[in-house]
Each structure stands twice: as structure tokens, then as C-alpha cells.
Design a protein around this ligand. Structure first.
Ligand code: GAP
Length: 515
């Protein structure tokens, strides 16, 4: 098992042990690629959602939020193109009987080439020291050039073949690149086949008057079909956005990697409606704004990168992913897509409704273009959680497991710990808890030695521990312990709220992006 595999296994085990995530219906051996959020998990998820919502809706005068239904009229999915084009190209390995997404096999191959190129660059960096010019090396070193051009060629060809639905050519490419099955190690592949990812269901009581429906595979269509409702009722002027968060469902065939790829998951999407011709400007703006949102959480700039799509979805004229350095490498965390007027035009055609906008500034009616930002809440959860989980060696040689969640997102902000269970310390601690819980999520813990209690809170990710001891009785002071530095400060009880508030309050974090 590689170091990365091990690290990822720890993330999954830690998530379960500390009340974050467990497999759905686990007592019945679980359901593949479906997960439940436990007591701390739901709080972390809610906090991420709130941070996104406030940044997108509250902080933008021209963005409003909605909550549309999961069930939608089936024509929605004809109009959106999902019935015809929401497919994954799948390929089986005949020896291992494992099924893969053909495009993911090629992308993994391309990623390996990128890693090889990076290894060469890192080696040269070490060799040449301060005088090293990375850009020049990338564009002149034959070995690096060879890796990068092979990578580009593979991705471009795959994009072209998939666009033209040339599945035989995709298979031939996999064979030509000598891609082997990670399980059997063989190149014994089946044909590539398209597989629709939507879950079907029925609405209505009897067989003759029931209607076939789909569970929505994205929340975006609920926004498009409400474009006129929101624009007219809110007297919205272009450019403006509509945001929503909610569940989406995809029958993912290659469902691995914990909550990275799920069959039931949650999206946070925003459609920004703009004047035709201005979409590229807004596309760049939203790429920048979304990256700033991510960076504000302090998980490390080096853990993000943009990946421009070679193969564009049926609705897009430009698209990029914000990729994150997950425990299994850089993968898509969020998509920013310039969706043209594809969706609104198609809904106009299929519904017969006059979906358009009169722009008073230019005295013209048109169908707006759309720039979309779309992030998976569960994937964001995994990004935050996996980066936060750290094993540290302390000065005395012992180790501690600490979940360095950004304070604003931590499920529990404060733990209150009476040093002993007597001498009226529990009563004082409870009093502090009663006061602080009006503002923060607080837990009370009096079991075990205080050192063990600190470690327990470190592992849960609680940023502050307040310890009540005998000195508290004399001078109304307590110790405030910081999770990350383990520093302890002696403070007056009445100072606690202000100090904790400064670190955990969402408005202070939002300021980093918006002011
Ligand atoms: N409306 C556009 C759209 O849905 P997408 O790239 O298919 O675009 C957007 O999905 C985001 O949703 C992804 O970047 C990812 O974070 C999340 N996502 C997609 N499929 C997912 C899955 N099976 N499990 C968890 N998250 C998923």
C-alpha cells in the first residue's frame, strides 16, 4: 500500500470514528457510493454550505437563491440534453471483470505523464538551485517536452473521439497507449459503451396513469426553468445570478474514493446570466472569485490548480475545473462553465414559453448567456477534512492526531472542561457553557484526565478548549487552549466570547474575500 493509500484509509477511518461520515445502511453491509453524515459531519457540511451561500448570495447584491424540487417534469431532461448525452463511456477489463470509465483511464495516464515531467523539473530545481528558470526548462528540456506533448496529445485525441462519439477510436487509443487494468495488469479490454447516468423513477399511483421521472442529476436545471419567475418577481437586471444548493443523483458506475464520487450527493450551483458576447469576461471573473473563496479557507495555495477542459460538455463554449490535491492526487473539486444560451434556448423551444430578457440599457431583447459555478458539497467536505487531518510529532517525541479544520467550519467551536468533577468546578463550567452556547456550538466534557480530553477535542477538530480549575473560583479566570498551537492563555471569563468570536465568526472570514 502506498503512503497516499494509507493516508486516505486514515481519513475514512477517522471520519467514522469521530462522528463525521459512515457508509449508508452499514448494518446491512452498506450501499456502494452512498454515505451518511453523522453528528459532526452534518455540522461541518452545514457550515461549508453556509459559507458558500453567504459568499455567493448575501455578499452579492445581484445574486439570489432558490430551492427547486428534486422531481422535475421529464421534458426538462430532454431539453437539457441529459436524456441523449448524459453518458459515461465505460470499458470492462475481461480478466479482472472490473469496469472503468474510458476517459478516466486516459486521464490517469495523462496525470502520470505530468507527474513524470514534474519529477524531472524538481530534480533540475535541486541541481541548479537559485539560478533555475522553471519556465525555460519546461519549454526546452527534451524529456519534459516529450512527456508534456504526449500528455496533451492523448487528452486532445480522447476529447475529439468522445465529441464525435467514436467509441471504437477511444478503445484503440487505450490500446495504443498500452493502458493496463490496475487490478489484473492486463490489456484485455472490451468495447467502449455509453451508459446513461440518470436514475429513473415513477410518479403516480397506478400503472396506467403514472409518469416516468428522473431524479435530477444536477441542480442547475431547477434554476433555468425558474429564470423568468425569478427575473420578473425580483425585477432582476442582467448581469445577475441565481444560486441553489441541493441533492443530485447519478448512477455512477465507477464509484470509488469514498465521498468523492457518490450516487447521491449535494451540489452548490450558481448560474450567472449575462449579455451575449460578455460571457468570457464573466467566465474569467468567476474563475477568479471562486478560487479566492477556496483560498480564504487557508488550506494552502499549492493545493489548487485550474484544469482547462479539452472535451467540452454539450452545452459549453469554455470550461475549467478547480482541482484540489486530494489524498489520491489532484482531482476536480469545482467546475466553472460558460454554458452559452444552450439551456434557456432549449427550454424555450421545448416549453414554447417566451424565455428572454429585455435589456433596457441597449433596448434589445435576447436570450441571456450563462456562466455557471458548480461545486460538490461532499467533495468540498472531503477536501477540507482530508487536508485538515494531520499526525504531528510533539517536542516530547509523542504524537498527536489533530484535525486542523478552518475555525469557521469546525462543527464544535468550544469544549468546556472542568479540571476535576468536584469542588463546584462542574457548576462553573456549566454556567460558562450556558452562556457561550447562545453564540457557539459548545460541548461539555468532564471524563478522563484533562490531557486526554484535549487530545479527544484535537481529533474532533474543536479549535478551543476552556479549562475551569481552582483558580477560577478565586479570580474568575480560566485557561483557553488553542488547538493548533496548543498554547494556553489565562483569561477572565468575560473575555472568552470576544476572543472566540474573533476567530470563528463567519463575517470575519467573509471579509477576507469580499472587503
Ligand atoms: N451543472 C453542472 C454540473 O453538474 P459537473 O461537473 O457534472 O457539472 C459539478 O458537476 C460538481 O459536482 C463537480 O465539480 C463535483 O464537485 C460535483 N460532483 C459531480 N458528480 C459527483 C458525484 N458523483 N459525487 C460527488 N460530487 C459530484
Amino acid at each position: 500500500m502506498t503512503k497516499q493509500d494509507n493516508q486516505f484509509k486514515n481519513v475514512i477511518a477517522h471520519a467514522k470514528e469521530y462522528g463525521y461520515v459512515a457508509q449508508s445502511s452499514e448494518i446491512y453491509d452498506g450501499l456502494a457510493a452512498v454515505y451518511d453524515y453523522l453528528q459532526n459531519g452534518v455540522a461541518l457540511k452545514n457550515n461549508i454550505r453556509e459559507y458558500w451561500w453567504k459568499s455567493m448570495v448575501q455578499m452579492h447584491d445581484n445574486i439570489v437563491g432558490i430551492d427547486s424540487a428534486i422531481f422535475m417534469h421529464p421534458t426538462t431532461w430532454k431539453a437539457s440534453g441529459h436524456i441523449d448525452a448524459f453518458n459515461d463511456p465505460l470499458i470492462d477489463n475481461k480478466d479482472s471483470k472490473k469496469r472503468y470509465r474510458a476517459d478516466v483511464l486516459v486521464e490517469d495516464y495523462a496525470e502520470k505523464l505530468l507527474k513524470k515531467a514534474q519529477k524531472e523539473i524538481d530534480k533540475a530545481k535541486k541541481r541548479f538551485g537559485d539560478s533555475f528558470d522553471e519556465e525555460q526548462y519546461k519549454t526546452t528540456n527534451p524529456r519534459v517536452l516529450n512527456y508534456l506533448s504526449k500528455r496533451k496529445d492523448a487528452l486532445q485525441r480522447m476529447g475529439k473521439y468522445l465529441d464525435a462519439n467514436r467509441l471504437d477510436a477511444v478503445k484503440a487509443l487505450i490500446e495504443e497507449l498500452q493502458i493496463v487494468c490496475p487490478v489484473s495488469g492486463s490489456k484485455n479490454w472490451t468495447e467502449v459503451k455509453q451508459f446513461n447516468l440518470m436514475f429513473g423513477t415513477k410518479i403516480g399511483a397506478s400503472a396506467n396513469n403514472s409518469m416516468d421521472l428522473y431524479l435530477r442529476p444536477e441542480t442547475a436545471q431547477g434554476i433555468f426553468v425558474n429564470f423568468l419567475n425569478v427575473q420578473k418577481s425580483g425585477r432582476m437586471k442582467i448581469p445577475f445570478g441565481i444560486a441553489q444548493t441541493g441533492k443530485a443523483f447519478r448512477n455512477e458506475i465507477v464509484a470509488r474514493q469514498f465521498i468523492f464520487r457518490m450516487r447521491e450527493f449535494e451540489q452548490m450551483e450558481m448560474q450567472f446570466f449575462v449579455r451575449p458576447g460578455e460571457q468570457m469576461k464573466w467566465y474569467e471573473t468567476w474563475k477568479e472569485r471562486r478560487l479566492a473563496w477556496h483560498l480564504s479557507l487557508g488550506l494552502g495555495k499549492e493545493n489548487y490548480r485550474f484544469h482547462k477542459h479539452e472535451k467540452l460538455a454539450h452545452y459549453a463554449d469554455a470550461a475549467a475545473d478547480i482541482e484540489f490535491n486530494f489524498p489520491f492526487g489532484f482531482k476536480e473539486l469545482e467546475g466553472i462553465h460558460s454554458r452559452t444560451d444552450f439551456d434557456l434556448s432549449s427550454h424555450k423551444k421545448h416549453s414554447g414559453k417566451k424565455i428572454q430578457y429585455f435589456d433596457p440599457e441597449i433596448n434589445k431583447s435576447y436570450i441571456p448567456y450563462v456562466v455557471e459555478t458548480s461545486i460538490g458539497l461532499d467533495r468540498m467536505f472531503l477536501a477540507v477534512f482530508s487536508k485538515a487531518l494531520q499526525e504531528e510529532t510533539l517536542e516530547n517525541g509523542s504524537t498527536r492526531t489533530v484535525l486542523r479544520l478552518p475555525e469557521v467550519l469546525a462543527p464544535i467551536k468550544v469544549a468546556i472542561l472542568p479540571l476535576v468533577k468536584k469542588d463546584s468546578l462542574p457548576e462553573i463550567a456549566r454556567k460558562i457553557q450556558t452562556d457561550l452556547k447562545l453564540d457557539f456550538t459548545v460541548v461539555y466534557d468532564e471524563k478522563d484526565a484533562v490531557g486526554r480530553r484535549y487530545r479527544r477535542q484535537d481529533a474532533v477538530g474543536t479549535p478551543f478548549c476552556i479549562t475551569v480549575d481552582h483558580q477560577t473560583i478565586e479570580d474568575e479566570t480560566v485557561t483557553l487552549r488553542y488547538r493548533d498551537s496548543m498554547e494556553q492563555k489565562r483569561l477572565k471569563i468575560d473575555q472568552l466570547k470576544t476572543i472566540v468570536s474573533k476567530e470563528v465568526k463567519m463575517s470575519n472570514w467573509l471579509k477576507r474575500i469580499h472587503l
